[in-house]
Design a protein around this ligand. Structure first.
Ligand SMILES: C[S@@+](CC[C@H](N)C(=O)[O-])C[C@H]1O[C@@H](n2cnc3c(N)ncnc32)[C@H](O)[C@@H]1O
Length: 241
């Protein structure tokens, strides 16, 4: 009987290919199969980050999302569509593992921090020898690019999704010492309104460490141009040591 392959969830960092860890790079090069989640018609961020490191004989398995928006016209339901997609994606990865091939699933940033690899891990992690290699996450990459130390001493950092309702964003932000607001895109204007109303000193960056990286004053950002790969940071109050 063929020995099953191993499943590796590799964090490949926030964009700059030099921010991949030595371990992720070693396993990436060692894998027979490289799988990655990607939007229809796109090359994929994780794929672009590691492209230069791939071997010609590795099998590429793009797992193409059927939907990219959480609001779908009825009778479609995002939760149903996405669960079916992850079931099928996991089955595709499992076929390679069952045939004895090691599969590296590459994931932008860190795999266990809002990473889509988590949904494959939930389906396959119990059934195959699995290892997760942490990656440099976008939050710390954004803080570095912005030159903004995030949390001093006993301060608490709150991580928020811009998809939250405006009142909830306001309530959570008002209780935070420091905060990161992720998944901006079309939700930028709402997030900015909240930050401005609370009088917080917030910073904005898009595509941190990627080609096209941009930092702007919050007031200068045109909401129509805000990409998904953008973040607002509210750094903690400087603590003088
Ligand atoms: C699905 S989460 C993925 C997070 C990723 N696993 C990580 O560890 O950073 C996607 C969100 O991360 C943030 N993000 C990821 N990469 C980024 C980058 N290079 N620059 C700015 N924001 C980024 C954006 O807020 C984006 O909406």
């Amino acid at each position: 009987m063929t020995e099953p392959g191993r499943l590796w969830g590799l964090g490949v960092g926030p964009g700059d290919p030099e921010l991949i860890t030595v371990k992720a790079l070693r396993l990436l090069r060692q894998a027979s199969v490289v799988a990655y989640l990607v939007a229809k018609g796109k090359k994929g961020n994780a794929f672009s980050i590691v492209e230069a490191h791939l071997r010609a004989d590795q099998v590429m398995v793009p797992l193409v999302f059927p939907v990219t928006s959480e609001s779908l016209p009825p009778p479609l339901c995002y939760e149903t569509e996405i669960a079916r997609f992850y079931d099928e994606a996991a089955a595709e990865v499992a076929r390679h593992l069952d045939d004895g091939r090691d599969v590296a699933v590459i994931c932008e940033g860190d795999p266990f921090f809002y990473g889509s690899f988590m949904y494959l891990y939930d389906r396959l992690g119990q059934h195959y020898e699995t290892e997760v290699v942490p990656g440099v996450s976008s939050i710390v990459a954004c803080a570095s690019v912005l030159g903004a130390p995030l949390a001093y001493r006993n301060q608490s950092l709150v991580v928020l999704s811009a998809l939250l309702p405006e009142a909830e964003l306001a309530q959570r932000l008002s209780a935070a010492d420091a905060a990161a607001i992720m998944k901006l895109g079309a939700h930028f204007a709402k997030a900015r309104r909240v930050v401005v109303a609370l009088g917080l000193g917030a910073l904005y960056v898009e595509r941190a460490t990627m080609p096209g990286q941009r930092t702007l004053a919050l007031a200068d950002v045109d909401p129509a141009t805000v990409p998904y790969f953008a973040m607002i940071l509210v750094p903690g109050r400087k603590w003088q040591a």
